[in-house]
Design a binder for this molecule. Sequence first.
Ligand SMILES: CC(=O)SCCNC(=O)CCNC(=O)[C@H](O)C(C)(C)COP(=O)(O)OP(=O)(O)OC[C@H]1O[C@@H](n2cnc3c(N)ncnc32)[C@H](O)[C@@H]1OP(=O)(O)O
Length: 436
Amino acid sequence: MDTSAADTRAGTIRIEQFPAGLEDGRPDARTMGWFEAVRAGFHDGAPQPGHVGAYVAAYQADRRVLWGAYDDGARPGAWGPDIPVATYGSLANTMNVGGGRLVPTHQITAVTVRPTHRRRGLLRTMITTDLEQAAGRGFAVAALTASEATIYGRFGFGAAAFTRRVEVDVRERFALRAAPFGTMELVDPASMLELAPRIFAGFHGRTTGSLDRQFSYAQVASGRWQSEKPEPNPDLRVAVHFRPDGEPGGYVAYKFAGWHSEPHTMKVVDLVAASEASYRELWRYLGSIDLVQRIVWSAAPADDPLPWALSDPRSYRVTAEEDALWLRILDPVAALEARRFEQDGSLAFAVRDPLGLAVGRFRLDAAGGQARVERLDASAAVDLTLDVDVLGSLYLGGARGRTLAGAGRLEGDDAAVGRLDRLFALASAPYCITHF
Ligand SMILES: CC(=O)SCCNC(=O)CCNC(=O)[C@H](O)C(C)(C)COP(=O)(O)OP(=O)(O)OC[C@H]1O[C@@H](n2cnc3c(N)ncnc32)[C@H](O)[C@@H]1OP(=O)(O)O
């Protein structure tokens, strides 16, 4: 167990890192306290021990590290000594960084600070310690999904992949232009325990920006768990697309919003396709469900082919765009050499980093899909200068250099920005359907 201390105005705060644990088959006090604090941080009710027991098994499978910050100087009567005043968590999974290349990625989650202890540097202490440790362990990239867009830029994270909330009108005018492919089956949700990870592996391998999924996803797709709690979800239906060769190519888990919904609405809980053809067939299926007038989904791709597949593209409506994935480059050399480059070319650039982890000048030479990145000395001439959060946004091609230069976030002449955009472009926009 690692411990470190941070002095705050409220006294000495003790920070501990630990795995989720059980004692005599029940969540241990420290784990229970951690869940209490996280749920309070996100305005949820108190956790039930049975639920936490299920999450402990999941967190152990995910190999999550939990952090708790404890205020030993709290006044008598302050909320339980086992309940941290700040929480934090981390895990690691692979991320597809283009061309099916999977890179181990450090993920950050469950960040909360009690209102009585906010804005005293607790998040800063935990995240700077964690990022330094992750870099020390050889991670080139860190990732998170953010509750607010104003928090993590200062720590070097940039919005890197985006999703859409969409509504599709599936009344009589719903039709797809492409010919049908394979078959759909409504399946027993329990079969998803085996099928969901298998289908997701196909999606993960073909989708830039995809992060491998944690334990809970197959539980939710199988109806064993609800999204919000580890209790059965009897209202869940699951349909699977089978390719002509009999292989499962995609699934959609969905739930009726109820007869009071107006128009009658089906909500997509999870939709995963291992190919574009399976993606179309999942939608053909959703559009064919009788008595339903609208499908809503909160995780459609930013460059969704669906409106182009529909006979009436206007039956597709984007209701929100979301920054689904934030990336933090910890090691520019390793991160850039890991990703695929579809264009050949060269670029010299300087990276500023408020935490000092990725700071420096670099030269990137890409040829045949592979980059070689060399660290330059501090006086070397460069084409571009950027902050490390901007590098995170550019990393998978989710934001364009031209746009960021227009926003005043990137310094360099037009020719260099054009070169950057040609070099960093990937075949499709990054897309992440893993929340953590
Ligand atoms: C990956 C995830 O888990 S995302 C979920 C994040 N958590 C939440 O949204 C839950 C509710 N919010 C909270 O619990 C807290 O407000 C937190 C965790 C966001 C911030 O924790 P704090 O300990 O107050 O942050 P800390 O004091 O370390 O602040 C560091 C810096 O970030 C700034 N900051 C912190 N939170 C915010 C915010 N929500 N918006 C804008 N700036 C912020 C601070 O002003 C400070 O800036 P400075 O260094 O320039 O002075």
